[in-house]
Design a protein around this ligand. Structure first.
Ligand SMILES: Cc1cc2nc3c(=O)[nH]c(=O)nc-3n(C[C@H](O)[C@H](O)[C@H](O)COP(=O)(O)O)c2cc1C
Length: 188
């Protein structure tokens, strides 16, 4: 079983989303002895932004990287995404990864009836962390809904969110939020 584990927080060892995404992968490892984990640290090794030249296939090096990134996504049975909320949305490095995997003919196709996802059977876990409290479906939360939409768009409907929020609202709330998220992880 293949897992693609992605982190994007800039906060290194202090990152909540990194702690949660690692806990999810550790938990998966207790359930599946045959787990093979591919790891992308988008803060340490950012994927260059999509450019016109890349889109038009004029940059051979980046085209090869794009193919590799898409294949890695397509091959994964499970994707675990550490998603920190920055300015109500995603880290720009995670957005850069999304811009590379959302490719017509690869992860989705256009049809007469609208777009159809091609990424197949897959489970996505999103380890979401945010400083404030938003809950579900907040109109100013452009992080979780955006990620769900993108994964759904590529055909992946099994998206589960493990959330720690209010982590910048004092140490007590932070501890509570992390421990409740970790309890959720242990139940996976
Ligand atoms: C650049 C930056 C922007 C942030 N923007 C928001 C925000 O818009 N809303 C919010 O609730 N928290 C915001 N925060 C707080 C983070 O969401 C919070 O620290 C979270 O734990 C980040 O995930 P991480 O610990 O994995 O880095 C921001 C933090 C940083 C560093």
């Amino acid at each position: 079983m293949k897992v693609l584990h992605i982190d994007s927080s800039i906060l290194g060892a202090a990152s909540v989303s990194r702690q949660l995404s690692q806990a999810i992968v550790d938990q998966l490892q207790t359930k599946h002895a045959d787990l093979a984990v591919d790891y992308l640290d988008l803060a340490a090794q950012p994927i260059p932004h999509l450019t016109g030249a890349i889109l038009m296939g004029q940059d051979a090096e980046q085209a090869a990287l794009g193919e590799k990134i898409i294949q890695q996504y397509l091959d994964a049975d499970i994707v675990v995404v550490g998603a920190a909320m920055y300015n109500f949305g995603l880290t720009s490095t995670l957005k850069a990864w999304i811009d590379r995997i959302s490719v017509a003919g690869k992860t989705f196709k256009y049809t007469e009836n609208g777009p159809v996802g091609l990424a197949g059977e897959k489970k996505v876990y999103i380890a979401s962390s945010r400083g404030g409290v938003y809950g579900e479906n907040s109109p100013v939360d452009f992080q979780e809904g955006f990620l769900k939409t993108v994964f759904n768009f590529t055909g992946v409907n099994d998206v589960e969110i493990i959330r720690a929020e209010g982590v910048n609202m004092g140490p007590e709330l932070k501890d509570q939020a992390i421990s409740s998220a970790l309890t959720q992880v242990q139940a996976l």
